[in-house]
Design a protein. Structure first.
Length: 128
């Protein structure tokens, strides 16, 4: 008998276009707004790791007790990619992304959300 869980997590992928390239190269601002958005949505931040590329571009990875967020900027194209996974709840990832939209003011946002379920032919008795 196959087992399928209820949704155990939510994956959100977003690409913002038409963002001010100077903002996308401002590492202090980006880290501040990402962490603020996560905290406002009730996430528990365990740590952050980032890297500024030369001559431009930035990557930020945030480890959460509820999972993770990754951001990659492309200032020369005015765009940013955000990949976010959370097992906290159905709309929490979207709320954090909405905050980033408010702060970065893209002209266009493309967002994909996916509920994650687990399927298995075997369920361990110790975990039921």
């Amino acid at each position: 008998m196959e087992f399928e869980s209820k949704p155990i997590g939510r994956e959100v992928s977003a690409v913002f276009y038409g963002v001010d390239g100077h903002l996308l190269n401002d590492t202090a601002f980006l880290e501040k707004v990402v962490l603020e958005g996560l905290e406002k949505s009730g996430f528990h931040i365990l740590g952050a790791l980032n890297h500024k590329f030369s001559p431009r571009g930035y990557t930020l990875n945030v480890l959460l007790s509820e999972s993770h967020l990754a951001m990659h900027t492309y200032p020369e194209f005015g765009s940013v990619y955000i990949g976010f996974y959370s097992c906290k709840g159905e709309f929490h990832g979207k709320n954090s992304i909405d905050y980033l939209v408010e702060m970065l003011k893209p002209t266009t946002t493309v967002m994909r959300m996916n509920n994650v379920v687990v399927k298995s032919n075997a369920v361990l008795k110790d975990f039921q």
